[in-house]
Design a protein. Sequence first.
Length: 36
Amino acid sequence: EGRNEGEPCPRCGTSLQRIRVSGRSSYVCPRCQEKP
């Protein structure tokens, strides 16, 4: 299932943030996931 920036994290409800990794976009929860 795709995610979008600002949508709530399915685990904790915190707004997702977009990060760029190797030229591609990924959406992560700043609360549940550590930054790469």
